[in-house]
Ligand binder design. Structure first.
Ligand code: DC
Length: 221
């Protein structure tokens, strides 16, 4: 890792473990392009629901995917997926999407559709002169970038995570979503060998951010 001038950081973990807030801080401090891969699944889920396609109609979902024009919009140091018009907004965090997203994310065709797009962010980060890429999700360090320079895995008690979501005004069945994400056959959520597990239950956001920033800085010195 010595003298690395471009790094890839994978930030995996269950819902509301602190992935987004931590990743955003690391992206600011270290000059990394930030990508939330959960938002990719949320945006697709929202588009599928808008289209009125029932979640169990796999052939319809796969045909719909083929009709989408996938693109990227960079705002500051964050890259967002676009799926043509209209651009998905904060509706992707609605209760309806929260309830449907793990079902959509378990469909192999959906994951196969998103994977090349997700891998492309590394090239995009280089093209836009970022010092690296930080991507958060469930399978970033296992499937998307198994060779990432840093692979973190955040965990926190369910009670604390529910409190965090409620504080954000969100209704989210965290435990149910985690179980679906862990049990699916395709790219399940799990702590892979070599990933660094961080329990955020009793840590403040600045504490988590400092711990991980220090760890990365020590690794690239
Ligand atoms: O990070 P999030 O809670 O916004 O993610 C929403 C859902 O997307 C999550 O329940 C599972 C799915 N997901 C996934 O399967 N793989 C990823 N890399 C990111 C998210």
């Amino acid at each position: 890792m010595m003298g690395k001038n471009f790094i890839v950081v994978a930030m995996d973990g269950g819902a509301a473990t602190g992935k987004s807030s931590t990743s955003k801080i690391l992206s600011d401090r270290l000059g990394l392009l930030y990508v939330n891969s959960g938002a990719h699944y949320r945006s697709l889920t929202w588009a599928i629901l808008q289209e009125g396609i029932p979640l169990d109609r796999l052939e319809k979902i796969e045909a719909f995917l083929k009709s989408l024009k996938v693109g990227v919009k960079i705002e500051g140091n964050e890259a967002h997926i676009t799926l043509g018009d209209p651009i998905p907004g904060k509706e992707i965090r609605s209760q309806t999407v929260n309830e449907a997203v793990s079902h959509i994310a378990a469909i192999p065709g959906v994951r196969k559709f998103l994977l090349p797009h997700q891998k492309d962010y590394k090239k995009l980060a280089r093209q836009h002169s970022f010092k690296g890429l930080i991507m958060e999700g469930r399978d970033v360090g296992t499937v998307i970038f198994p060779d990432a320079d840093f692979r973190f895995f955040l965990v926190a008690d369910e009670e604390e995570r529910t409190r965090r979501r409620q504080g954000e005004g969100q209704i989210d069945s965290i435990g149910k979503r985690d179980r679906l994400d862990k049990r699916r056959e395709n790219a399940p959520l799990f702590l892979s060998e070599g990933a660094i597990e961080v329990d955020t239950t009793h840590l403040t956001l600045p504490e988590v951010a400092k711990e991980l920033t220090d760890f990365i800085l020590a690794g690239i010195k």
